[in-house]
Design a protein around this ligand. Structure first.
Ligand code: SF4
Length: 396
């Protein structure tokens, strides 16, 4: 059964449906940090206690609003992800209260993956124990590098001693599903310092590693520095060497390369992100959070004050609502699915292949050595991994 709910009268343009028996991922955006890192373009505010209190009340309101409007009591919630920003800027009591509200109003399955992004300097041993008690079973540390001079270039939010202490304390507290984010192509980074970062993080044996190239986003300190000639990106060959070096280091250490930028020990793929890459539905709560429910895509207003005001007046703070045609939704989910190393089942690709421009484009991409067919799937070739964005733009 697919219930369709028309939201309150002021939002009657939104027709949001979700198959009640297919699992849903829940994302909660916590838009606060102590300071902005030099590469970060996420929507966030510098931490102020009164704003956090206001935000928590509004978030609880939004959780309740969706529970009523979409009848989410019947929908299995398989993953919950607190991202940001810095979710660990909230007190353990605030996080626990939000978690309890979700559990009492939505149907969270017992084996749900519940992740919190954490800033190493913002956690203590007792806080980590409280997170476990609050139900979090996965923690993700955005450390980026273990070189103090590179960390200063990024904005000085982390120090290597804090990183080591936070990860060790999380393991000692009982977290058995830990992710570490690292980044290559940083200013001042060399193959030697990158090797050293990889060596340091592998020494912690995290269950999961996300490894991204630095991209310079508009509005960031790095973009300003680049325009002023103070910051020069690494040339492509070094970036490729860093990427290949990391891939070899992780796979040699027993990690599975399961998504373009993600590696895990067997059985520890990030189930929440798989929901994005495999065309599943997810509901994003909090300012600027994005949602995909069936054929609908929408995002929340990226403004804390507006978000709080609209929730207070019982309105959904939705912007950029889009209802897709079935074929476009399928195209998008296949293009995203190509981020998975195993690719996308050919059966699925063939449902639009036969009656669209893909009939020409897919064979061309295969001929150019960017896509291949293997084990009943269409997937990027090893060379195609480097040109994944080009493939995505071609097929979008
Ligand atoms: S901690 Fe994360 S969200 Fe906060 S400013 Fe740095 S990169 Fe952005």
């Amino acid at each position: 059964m697919v219930p369709t709910h028309t939201l309150n009268p002021s939002h009657s343009i939104y027709q949001i449906a979700h198959p009640s028996d297919s699992p849903l991922g829940l994302y909660l955006h916590v838009p606060f940090c102590l300071a902005r890192c030099h590469f970060c373009s996420f929507y966030l505010q510098v931490y102020r206690t009164e704003n956090v209190q206001k935000y928590v009340m509004a978030l609880e309101g939004e959780i309740q609003l969706y529970a009523d409007l979409l009848q989410l009591q019947a929908t299995p919630i398989a993953t919950i992800y607190f991202g940001g920003g810095t979710p660990t800027i909230l007190t353990a009591d605030q996080l626990s209260r939000i978690g309890n509200l979700i559990r009492s109003t939505y149907h969270v399955i017992p084996e749900a993956e519940i992740t919190i992004e954490a800033h190493p300097a913002s956690v203590t041993s007792s806080y980590l124990h409280q997170l476990l008690e609050a139900g979090f079973n996965r923690i993700s540390f955005g450390i980026q590098s273990t070189s103090d001079s590179e960390l200063i270039q990024l904005g000085g939010r982390n120090q290597t001693t804090q990183i080591a202490m936070a990860i060790t304390q999380a393991q000692a507290a009982g977290f058995s599903n830990i992710n570490i984010d690292v980044m290559y192509g940083l200013p001042g980074q060399t193959l030697e310092t990158w090797t050293s970062t990889l060596h340091d993080i592998l020494a912690f044996s995290p269950q999961h590693i996300s490894c991204y190239a630095l991209t310079i986003e508009e509005g960031t300190r790095f973009a300003i520095d680049q325009r002023r000639g103070k910051f020069k990106e690494h040339d492509g060959d070094i970036q490729v060497a860093m990427e290949e070096f990391a891939c070899n280091a992780f796979t040699t250490a027993g990690y599975q390369h399961y998504e373009l930028s993600n590696f895990s020990q067997p059985g520890f793929q990030c189930r929440h992100n798989m929901q994005y890459w495999q065309g599943g539905s997810y509901l994003g709560l909090g300012p600027s959070a994005q949602s995909c429910l069936g054929l609908t895509r929408f995002g929340n207003v990226a403004d804390l004050d507006r978000y709080c005001e609209e929730i207070e007046s019982q309105s959904l703070p939705i912007r950029n609502y889009e209802l897709l045609e079935r074929e476009q939704a399928l195209r998008e989910s296949i293009v995203l699915g190509l981020r998975m190393i195993q690719g996308v089942p050919l059966d699925l690709v063939n449902t639009i292949h036969a009656c669209s421009d893909w009939q020409i484009l897919v064979p061309q991409l295969i001929e150019n050595g960017l896509l291949e067919q293997a084990s009943g799937h269409l997937r990027l070739t090893t060379r195609g991994h480097r040109f994944a964005d080009t493939v995505a733009v071609t097929l979008w």
